[in-house]
Design a protein around this ligand. Structure first.
Ligand SMILES: [Zn+2]
Ligand SMILES: [Zn+2]
Length: 331
């Protein structure tokens, strides 16, 4: 609920059809961390604070709006991070950068793809500390934040401002970073297979096409490797997994012959988290580049013998992007 003072102050915005009282509360529920400086940051902070959004500026003077009291009674809970490209926000946020002749802003929502914004921002340099279009860039930055806050922005959107002030919207790249879509029944089958391997790590492969996935249960060959060559394979199946090379090769041949492809390699962490371990990363990408481009990894974390959470990881541009994988019966 807005106080009387707030209603007075933001009445113009509240009356705007697209904002309203709900919208004004949404603007006040966002906190912006600005990791860019200069004129762009000052302009963005002024617009955002005038609109009722709290802004923290990383460097320099925050400008005349620093003393603006918070809009809402409760502290803003939703963080929108603004980074200087090629850095990108870890979650919801906006990357600001420049290329010759123009500034570029990429905005990513919670439902956007972190790999896509990284790819799009890779070619950019940090924004110019001084430029003729800085105020325009800052105002646009504020607008992109407000669109996120109000829930009217698509998962990813981009804007370019030329040094002569020409504005153009940029088409978001077509995302190719999605994990495979696994039907709940198949996921349940995978969980049973992994649970049967406890207390060892279990493993399996998902093959098929994007719309027809099937599960190939695999045996964890780590104990056999360890018995044969403990120096090269110091870990046992309790804390590591490896695919049997013969079974793996046979699988690769049969999927290719059937016109299918390997979509993902799944394994479990019997008592750990659902992120790829350092060991998993070394195995998947010994030199930082994946051995299996386009193949996702699914780690299922068990706790007390029960699947607790799961996460998709996918190598892209030399690093991992990951997504939560909702488990059946959990939200
Ligand atoms: Zn993507
Ligand atoms: Zn692992």
């Amino acid at each position: 609920m807005l106080s009387e003072l707030q209603i007075q102050r933001y009445a113009r915005q509240v009356l705007l059809h697209d904002v309203g009282e709900r919208g004004q509360e949404a603007l006040g529920a966002v906190r912006v961390e600005l990791a860019v400086g200069g004129e762009i940051a000052r302009a963005a902070a002024a617009y955002l604070r005038a609109g009722g959004t709290e802004v923290n500026v990383a460097e320099g003077s925050p400008g005349p709006w620093a003393g603006t009291p918070p809009l809402l009674g409760s502290a803003p809970s939703r963080l929108v991070a603004v980074t200087a490209a090629p850095d990108v926000p870890a979650g919801e946020g906006i990357a600001v950068g420049q290329r010759p002749g123009a500034h570029v802003l990429w905005s990513l929502g919670r439902d956007g793809c972190p790999a896509c914004i990284r790819t799009a921002s890779r070619e950019l340099r940090p924004p110019a500390a001084r430029s003729v279009s800085a105020v325009q860039v800052g105002a646009l930055l504020a607008l992109l934040v407000q669109r996120r806050a109000l829930g009217v922005a698509p998962p990813m959107e981009g804007v370019e401002v030329s040094d002569t002030g020409v504005l153009s919207t940029l088409a978001a790249p077509a995302c190719t970073h999605q994990p495979p879509v696994v039907p709940p029944g198949l996921l349940a089958q995978l969980l049973r297979h992994l649970a049967a391997a406890l207390p060892d790590e279990g493993c399996a492969v998902l093959v098929g096409s994007d719309d027809a996935v099937r599960l190939v249960p695999m045996v964890n060959a780590q104990d056999a490797h360890h018995a044969r060559d403990p120096a090269a394979f110091p870990r046992k199946a309790r804390t590591a997994f490896s695919l049997d090379p013969h079974a793996w090769l046979a699988l690769l041949r049969s999927t290719e012959a059937a016109g299918e492809r390997v979509l993902a390699i799944a394994h479990s962490h019997p008592d750990g988290g659902d992120h790829l371990s350092a060991e998993d990363r070394r195995w998947a990408a010994p030199d930082g580049q994946t051995l299996l481009p386009g193949v996702a990894h699914l780690v299922v974390a068990f706790r007390a013998g029960q699947p607790a959470s799961a996460r998709w990881s996918l190598w892209t541009d030399g690093d991992v992007v990951d997504w939560d994988c909702p488990l059946p019966g959990k939200s």
